[in-house]
Design a protein around this ligand. Structure first.
Ligand code: UDP
Ligand code: MG
Length: 313
């Protein structure tokens, strides 16, 4: 019998996680010839999420828990799930029921027909601000231009991956994780599945503007060297422009040496502009160096405080 594993990262999801579990169990137990396990990762929740999870795990041995010592973030929570799953295929899903669990049935059908990655594409997004939708749309298009990896537009983490894709992912040594991007990067046979993303049923979004911006910067820096090349092109452009300016001034001086120096405004503009470009370039370098630093430190991505219903290894 084959097993399907489901990974659910949870951060302060006390009001909804039980309902999520019911829906998941309902869908998963309706799939013939398949056993299942659901792994909930408690990502340092401050509410009673963990207590609710313990209760669920007590009632159902197929419900497993990984509990972190503090909040390590969504991507790390998902990754810890990947490290612990034992199924033949793995589904990653949010805890807030924005992604309908019923879609797993369609994913399984596609998986059986030979696809290794089935990612869900958000065709409609309800209950999210226009600002979030607009910036997210823009971000995915921007990332596509910058990155050499073909990361599908408008997808979240909701997806089904084959065991071999999971094995490839957990073998990666990267610390700055952008799982959607990494899944694209590892290759294999991939296909998208469109769906209707509903509003969050209970609780509120954990992705505020700052967290989303961080994720966006992480993903761009992890999947593109173009920002580094960008500062190079900027630099070259301004060196060229300043040569033209110098030539212009010299010719002016030779032809009309008595002219009083008037160009204070233009000088200030040049200084400010060049200063800005330099700071920008240094900033871009700094971002990459910060990431090299965090990779070199080799700290673990997360620390597990407790687990439930896993077999003793
Ligand atoms: N999440 C997490 N750790 C965090 C932030 C979020 O495990 O630091 C989980 C959260 O519980 C949810 C999923 O990641 O299951 C997606 O978060 P959310 O629904 O808040 O994001 P949105 O759908 O609004 O982008
Ligand atoms: Mg959500």
């Amino acid at each position: 019998m084959k097993t399907i594993s489901v990974i659910v990262p949870c951060f302060n999801e006390e009001p909804i996680v039980e309902e999520t579990n019911q829906r998941l169990v309902q869908v998963l137990s309706s799939i013939p010839d398949f056993d299942y396990e659901i792994i909930y990762i408690n990502d340092g929740s401050k509410d009673k999420t963990l207590e609710v999870l313990w209760k669920m795990a007590k009632n159902n041995p197929k419900v497993k828990i990984i509990s972190f010592s503090k909040n390590f973030g969504h991507e790390n929570a998902t990754f810890s799930g990947l490290n612990e799953v034992s199924g033949d295929c793995v589904v990653i899903i949010d805890a807030d029921l924005q992604d309908p669990p019923e879609l797993i049935l369609d994913m399984i059908t596609l998986w059986k027909s030979g696809y290794d990655v089935i990612y869900a594409i958000r065709k409609v997004r309800e209950g999210e601000t226009w600002l979030k939708k607009a910036t997210s749309k823009l971000f995915y298009r921007f990332l596509r231009i910058l990155s050499d990896t073909d990361i599908p537009l408008d997808t979240g983490d909701y997806r089904l991956i084959d065991k071999k894709v999971k094995d490839a992912l957990v073998s990666l040594k990267e610390k700055n994780l952008f799982i959607r991007g990494l899944v694209s990067w590892v290759g294999f046979k991939q296909i998208g599945l469109e769906y209707h993303r509903s509003p969050r049923l209970k609780g509120e979004t954990k992705y505020n503007f700052i967290k989303l911006t961080k994720l966006a910067i992480d993903s761009i820096l992890a999947f593109s060297n173009k920002p580094l090349q960008l500062s190079l092109s900027f630099g070259l452009f301004f060196i060229l422009a300043s040569f033209l300016g110098i030539t212009y001034i010299l010719i002016g001086k030779i032809n009309n040496p008595k002219v009083i120096v008037e160009g204070w405004a233009s000088m200030m503009i040049t200084i400010l502009l060049l200063g800005g470009v330099q700071l920008l370039s240094i900033g871009i370098l700094g971002e990459y160096i910060a990431r090299i630093y965090s990779e070199v430190k080799g700290r673990p991505n997360y620390i597990i405080e407790s687990k439930a219903n896993f077999e003793q290894k």
